[in-house]
Design a protein around this ligand. Structure first.
Ligand SMILES: [Zn+2]
Length: 221
């Protein structure tokens, strides 16, 4: 079964109709704001959102595709590739590692996160260079995944550049570093960084973020 708009096609089984409808309504409500941020008014192709009722099907999808061997980790709940967002249904999502206490709002934010990736791809100049730090940073920020905010970046640039998905708290670092950029740069500067995110100096970025966080803390007292 499906819901369809100019931007999204939601594919779901009958049992999921109620929450598929909420997913559709939520994404439609977030769409304009996220498009505006990236300066686009549509995606090149409609985005299919496939809701999985079977964990094994989802795991197979993530591990059997040639592009990302061994991509699956027990914390994975959703992914976007080509014109498809693949996501577990809400019950399976809550069974994933680290997701036991997540709410339906968190689930909706996860979908918005994947939608941000799809929009970001539209402005990325070199599609072969998708540095996880800034890709995940803007996706977590624009989808308002505020639980990732931390007050110090205590990892190396090497970890974030070479080993992002294996680094503990990587999404926290990404959210917080992008939060620093959003708070201190103009919108044009942010867009220019996001068009060629591989050009940024991550070492400087970590230091600047920590200085900013420290100063913010001092200001507060
Ligand atoms: Zn992501």
């Amino acid at each position: 079964m499906r819901f369809e708009s100019d931007t999204f096609v939601i594919n779901y089984n009958k049992d999921n109709e109620n929450f598929a409808k909420q997913v559709f309504t939520y994404l439609e409500s977030q769409k304009t704001q996220i498009f505006d941020f990236f300066g686009i008014n549509k995606l090149s192709n409609k985005l299919n959102i496939n809701i999985y009722d079977n964990l094994l099907d989802f795991i197979n999808l993530l591990t059997n595709n040639g592009e990302f061997p061994d991509r699956y980790r027990p914390t994975n709940v959703a992914t976007v590739k080509n014109n498809n967002i693949e996501i577990l249904n809400f019950n399976l999502y809550r069974q994933a590692q680290g997701h036991q206490n997540r709410t339906f709002d968190d689930y909706l934010r996860t979908l918005a996160h994947e939608f941000v990736h799809a929009c970001h791809m539209e402005i990325l100049i070199d599609k072969t260079k998708q540095p996880a730090l800034l890709m995940e940073g803007i996706a977590t920020q624009l989808s308002k995944q505020t639980m990732y905010q931390i007050d110090y970046i205590d990892c190396s640039a090497q970890d974030l550049m070479q080993n992002f998905y294996k680094t503990h708290k990587a999404y926290h670092y990404a959210y917080t570093i992008m939060g620093y950029l959003l708070a201190t740069k103009t919108h044009d500067e942010i867009l220019s960084i996001l068009k060629t995110p591989h050009k940024i100096n991550v070492n400087n970025l970590i230091n600047e973020t920590n200085n900013y966080l420290q100063k913010k803390e001092l200001d507060y007292k």
